[in-house]
Design a protein around this ligand. Structure first.
Ligand SMILES: C[S@@+](CC[C@H](N)C(=O)[O-])C[C@H]1O[C@@H](n2cnc3c(N)ncnc32)[C@H](O)[C@@H]1O
Length: 223
């Protein structure tokens, strides 16, 4: 049974519905990279998996997936979807701060809009843990929101308000917005395969809004 002592977060409420809150679509740079590669049998970790759209994709592609998120409803929904699709995913309702990262173990690690939800110390520690948990030759995919996000501008003006045009209704959950280039610098000892920053519209949830994105694909050099 999942532990009961995990705090209720705003994500618990949105993951309680039958629809997938963020939809099921994955970002193009992720599928562009993985769609045509043989990943069957690879060990994969989806950190802050939410309802598990990245974990489900990797499991469908034959990866041995571990998925972690502190939202129990998110993990339960992911498990339900995996079962319906006949997929096996090791999914755990656990806070990232309590997760044991196995050294050089994962051949694929995904952290999709989760590092920016972590407080400073945990974020720094998690970036370090991702790099040490990545197997030689392994690939990490990370995306985060940046200071170009309208939510950041709303925050720095001390005017966080759900009615602000262009600001996501999940903006109050954000812990941090990455500076320009900061995500790339954080993984600079890896081989950066793809890096992208832009502001894009988001129609996947809530009212129409925009996000400032930074997205990175990087490889740990082979041993
Ligand atoms: C914006 S959602 C992204 C979900 C998923 N990665 C996706 O792209 O659909 C952020 C997720 O991070 C999770 N999260 C935030 N802080 C966490 C922590 N300290 N430990 C585990 N999960 C956390 C939230 O519960 C939420 O599901």
């Amino acid at each position: 049974m999942p532990p009961e002592n995990i705090p209720i977060t705003p994500f618990d409420a949105v993951y309680g519905s039958t629809d997938c809150y963020y939809g099921t679509a994955l970002r193009d740079e992720f599928t562009d990279y993985f769609d045509n590669r043989d990943v069957c049998g690879k060990t994969a970790l989806d950190l802050g998996c939410g309802e598990g759209r990245y974990a489900l994709y990797l499991a469908r592609r034959g990866c041995r997936v571990t998925a972690v998120d502190r939202s129990r409803p998110g993990i339960l929904k992911l498990k339900g979807m995996a079962e319906k699709q006949g997929l096996c995913i090791q999914a755990e309702p656990i806070d990232i701060q309590d997760f044991t990262f196995l050294e050089k173990y994962y051949e694929i690690i995904v952290a999709a809009t989760v590092l920016d939800h972590l407080p400073d110390e945990l974020r720094t520690q998690t970036i370090h843990n991702i790099k040490t948990a990545l197997a030689p030759g392994g690939i990490v995919y990370v995306n985060v929101f940046t200071v170009a996000d309208p939510g950041y501008r709303a925050e720095v003006k001390n005017a966080m308000n759900k009615a602000l045009p262009g600001v996501s209704d999940t903006a109050p959950c954000m812990a941090y917005y990455f500076d320009h280039g900061e995500l790339k610098s954080a993984f600079s000892e890896l081989e950066v395969l793809f890096y992208y920053e832009a502001t894009e519209p988001d129609l996947s949830h809530g009212r129409p809004h925009r996000h400032g994105w930074a997205c990175l694909l990087a490889r740990r050099p082979p041993a």
